[in-house]
Design a protein. Structure first.
Lengths: 300, 256
């Protein structure tokens, strides 16, 4: 059932791609891996759950409930990511590159533990605003409503991101900062504002992924972000970290790899992470800067 | 005589024990073209980096247009009216020439986020003005037909001139040029001299680092000479060139 695997690969890859964009946007400007990004998407998922607890109609089905979950998660995750940058990374920006990295790992541990201790150490049921219907595509593959939503949402967000980066003045300033942060400042661009916006945008994309991921499991948990975060980081590196198109490509490739190894290799479901990461290592041996990366060597 | 546009008093920038700039005093009047010269490692670029906010400065005062600017962030100094080019070209290589100039306009525009996303009237008008300005500046530096080229694909001399257009986009009162003729042949250098003069005709004061003595003599109203982080001489170009201390700094003491 190759057609079915393609559908599954696309929808899994779309989630990885959304998260990978958050890593790559930040890396593109600060040459820093935001290791707290996993927790940003987890916090987005909890923010959506919290909003639903305040407005129980969000536990129902329908477009409004769906929009509410996305809005809560994306705003919260974006604001949280920008706040983390302000408090934990900006004061360290002029230090060695390892310093903010350690700060990021610290933030990640703090956020996980805060949710673990103060909210819950258990899986909590996540709203399911979609019906369980599946549609049959030409070719016989089934696509669930959630998979269709995942693809549509990811595509829409990617188009919006593209327009933002290419067509707005802030996007132009972001590209200038990604090219040469210091020179951009000397040309009158307020780098702090651009960096804050970058973290917000990256966090919001992660928040959207957090909702989609939680809906696919029907629940959320304090460590929800770890695995997709690690995989999406892998995807970003695979595509060429710092490169926006690379993050999307890497996300989809990783999604396909996992789904195909699960579908076609005996016991593949258990081995899929091993297979995916082995392929990653092979790709990086051949192309250390990732598939679409150009200038990583200069930045690392 | 009116107050100077730029007034630097006793400015120092130390890096640990290294006194890269030490006790420099210099003022630049409106409409002047002033050159800073000196051997390699004399602290000229460091001096420019303190003026433009790359380094905070260790001691001393910098006032621009009557207000202190030392220690401000680079983009704040741009907003006050100082912009610059770089010794090693630092264009935004993957952007078009026109986009580079438009980024230079950033400090003079208001509509950042909502306007562009909602395509508000205020934004569209402002963006139109930004584009018109970019075209005018590209034309001014002789790159009108190359606006859509990626910066990285421009010939070397054109990249240097694009940096000047990008810096002018911020509507500076003072333009700081760090070795604008580096790597240029005599013909290109002469063109650059005339461009610098035309920049002044726009009402922009110019402070530049320059190594080619022919250019220095051609373009400068006044010259300041740096050596080992200290200003060792200042005055009219020909007088400075004849100053024994300057000759010594460049050539070493006779018999030493």
């Amino acid at each position: 059932m190759l057609a079915q695997q393609i559908v599954n690969g696309l929808s899994l890859g779309a989630i990885y791609a959304l998260i990978a964009l958050g890593y790559t946007l930040v890396y593109g400007i600060l040459a820093m891996i935001n290791f707290a990004h996993s927790e940003v998407l987890m916090m987005g998922s909890f923010a959506a759950l919290g909003a639903a607890a305040l407005a129980p109609s969000m536990f129902g089905t329908g477009v409004l409930a769906l929009a509410g979950l996305f809005a809560a998660s994306m705003l919260a995750a974006g604001a949280l990511n920008a706040t983390i940058e302000r408090l934990a990374y900006r004061p360290l920006r002029r230090h060695s590159r390892l310093t903010p990295l350690i700060s990021a790992i610290g933030v990640s541990i703090i956020l996980q533990n805060a949710v673990f201790l103060w909210v819950s150490d258990q899986s909590l049921a996540f709203p399911q605003p979609l019906s369980g219907d599946a549609f049959t595509l030409p070719g016989g593959a089934q696509i669930s409503a959630l998979q269709a939503l995942t693809l549509a949402a990811a595509l829409a967000l990617m188009v919006l991101l593209h327009l933002f980066v290419e067509k707005t003045r802030m996007g132009r300033a972001m590209r200038a900062c990604a090219d040469d942060l210091e020179a951009a400042g000397l040309m009158g661009v307020d780098a702090d504002v651009v960096i804050a916006v970058t973290f917000f945008v990256g966090g919001a994309l992660g928040g959207a992924a957090g909702v989609l991921y939680s809906m696919s499991y029907g629940s959320t948990k304090y460590n929800l972000g770890f695995l997709p975060g690690a995989k999406a980081f892998t995807a970003a590196v695979l595509g060429g970290i710092g490169n926006v198109r690379g993050a999307v490509l890497g996300g989809f490739l990783l999604g396909f790899l996992e789904v195909l190894s699960a579908g076609y290799i005996p016991n593949g479901a258990q081995w899929r992470d091993v297979i995916a990461f082995s392929v990653l290592i092979l790709v990086l041996l051949a192309r250390p800067s990732g598939l679409l990366g150009e200038r990583v060597a200069e930045k690392v | 005589m009116s107050a100077p546009l730029l007034s630097v008093e006793d400015l120092s920038q130390h890096f640990g024990g290294l006194k890269a700039v030490e006790g420099v005093t210099l003022s630049v009047s409106r409409g002047e073209i002033v050159s800073v010269i000196g051997p390699n490692g004399a602290g000229k670029t460091t001096f420019f980096n303190v003026l433009t906010g790359v380094y905070p400065g260790t001691r001393g005062r910098v006032s621009f247009d009557g207000e202190p600017i030392r220690g401000l962030a680079p983009h704040e100094i741009v907003a006050r009216g100082v912009s610059r080019t770089f010794q090693n070209i630092r264009l935004f290589a993957d952007m078009s020439a026109a986009e580079n100039v438009m980024v230079g306009r950033h400090a003079r525009t208001r509509q950042l986020l909502l306007g562009p996303l909602l395509r508000t009237k205020a934004f569209l008008e402002e963006e139109k003005a930004v584009e018109a300005r970019a075209v005018e500046l590209l034309d001014f530096v002789g790159l009108r037909s190359l606006g859509n080229e990626r910066a990285r694909n421009l010939p070397y001399g054109a990249q240097r001139r694009l940096e000047i257009a990008r810096a002018l986009a911020a509507e500076p009162k003072l333009l700081i040029l760090d070795e604008p003729t580096a790597g240029m042949n005599p013909v290109e250098s002469a063109e650059l001299v005339s461009l610098v003069r035309r920049v002044r005709e726009r009402g922009v004061t110019v402070l530049l680092i320059e190594h080619q003595m022919r250019v220095v003599l051609d373009v400068s109203d006044r010259v300041a000479v740096f050596d080992y982080g200290v200003k060792i001489a200042e005055g009219a170009p020909r007088a400075v060139m004849a100053d024994p201390r300057v000759i010594e700094a460049y050539l070493g003491r006779e018999g030493a």
